[in-house]
Design a protein around this ligand. Structure first.
Ligand SMILES: NC(=O)c1ccc[n+]([C@@H]2O[C@H](COP(=O)([O-])OP(=O)(O)OC[C@H]3O[C@@H](n4cnc5c(N)ncnc54)[C@H](OP(=O)(O)O)[C@@H]3O)[C@@H](O)[C@H]2O)c1
Length: 343
């Protein structure tokens, strides 16, 4: 073997050795779901939802697959489905992964809550993702909206019938809910033909949602936790009250395991059987965030982190708070709708 070939071989081996083998959780339809997902919502700016520039997100997903990520969390409203599709198709074509090994989650947007609109919206997402099925389709919110973003009174059970149609047609392998409160989840469970398999909600140290998580898990739903870092990082100019990167409790636990504080927070969720959805576009942090399966927190450490709970939400769409299906507590001064701007 020439020197060049040996160097190339070593490089490939090193890359293979660094890919994390992510464990999986079992869903109530006997399918499996990887225990961590890469978040792909790029945030808001003055123009609405931020779009990926120069294929930045495509590049992140290519790197993520090399590092062992198999589960990608997107939504029609994120504007990231196309680049996820591009990256995953490239990796499948290269033989690096098969479609079966990947787990694609996307979400139905609020403007498509009529039963017939669910399939239309999902087919549009599938086209962008370049696949003929998604592994998980979530109803993004319980509230329906009209095209002009005025409130629609379509019942989320009507929407759920459309989600069930998607499974019957093989367009979604699994269906679930996002941002539903306990009463709403209960209603879907009691009235559905197909029980939801997943509940995606905000979970981080300052909003741990014990009651909702315990209820959902006891009912056999797998819980996914979005915005896992919470107050640890500033996002979109918002600095939430709660533990920061250098919090002494988190630092002490991190030092004990030779990990960083973000890794400790992700592991805290993994240990509670919650799938964290960390988002990063930074390759170093992409690697850091998946290296959380080689240690385990002790019960007292989990309790210490639970102790940060302040029930403070990062995602609080108060501009929808007068909608009859709004799932959260109301506040005094609702903010303007950043999604409506782009329409
Ligand atoms: N269902 C829903 O309604 C809903 C709502 C919100 C979010 N989500 C999903 O959840 C995902 C994550 O939520 P999120 O973006 O709000 O919160 P997040 O993942 O908790 O935080 C993302 C922020 O943390 C930074 N970051 C990532 N890893 C880091 C690390 N190891 N050290 C330091 N900083 C780090 C990122 O910056 P860099 O990119 O610069 O690293 C970014 O600013 C979204 O992308 C989306 O897929 C779903």
């Amino acid at each position: 073997m020439s020197v060049d070939a040996r160097v190339l071989f070593l490089l490939i081996c090193t890359q293979m050795a660094t890919a994390v083998d992510v464990p999986k959780l079992l869903l109530n339809n006997r399918r499996e779901i990887p225990a961590i997902a890469l978040g792909t919502f790029l945030g808001f700016d003055q123009n609405g939802v931020v779009k990926s520039i120069d294929k930045q997100l495509c590049n992140v997903v290519l790197n993520a697959i090399d590092l062992g990520y198999r589960h990608f969390d997107t939504a029609s409203v994120y504007n990231t489905e196309e680049e996820i599709g591009e990256a995953t198709q490239k990796k499948i074509a290269e033989g690096a992964v098969t479609r079966d090994e990947l787990f694609l989650t996307t979400k139905l947007w609020n403007t498509h809550h009529e039963r017939y609109q669910v399939l239309q919206a999902l087919k549009e997402s599938l086209k962008k993702l370049g696949t003929n099925y998604v592994d998980l389709y979530l109803m993004h919110w319980p509230m329906g909206l009209n095209d002009d973003y005025s409130y629609s009174d379509v019942d989320f059970m009507e929407t759920w019938r459309g989600m069930e149609d998607a499974v019957r047609l093989g367009l979604a392998k699994t269906i679930g809910l996002s941002n539903f409160n306990k009463e709403q989840v209960k209603r879907v469970i009691s009235e559905a033909d197909m029980k939801p398999a997943v509940l995606q909600i905000e979970i981080n140290p300052q909003i741990i949602q014990t009651d909702l998580v315990s209820y959902a898990q006891a009912e056999g739903l797998v819980v996914m936790g979005y915005s896992p870092f919470g107050s640890l990082v500033k996002r979109f100019g918002m600095d939430l009250p709660g533990p920061k990167m250098d919090d002494p409790v988190l630092v002490e636990i991190a030092q004990k395991y030779g990990k960083t504080t973000p890794q400790v927070v992700l592991r805290w969720m993994v240990d509670k059987k919650i799938i964290p959805i960390p988002k990063t576009i930074n390759i170093k942090r992409l690697k850091e965030n998946i290296e959380v399966f080689d240690f385990k927190l002790q019960e007292n450490e989990i309790q210490q982190i639970n102790g940060f709970d302040r029930r403070v939400r990062f995602t609080l769409p108060s501009f929808w708070q007068n909608h009859p299906y709004y799932p959260f507590e109301k506040i005094e001064n609702p903010i303007p709708d950043p999604f409506a701007k782009k329409s």
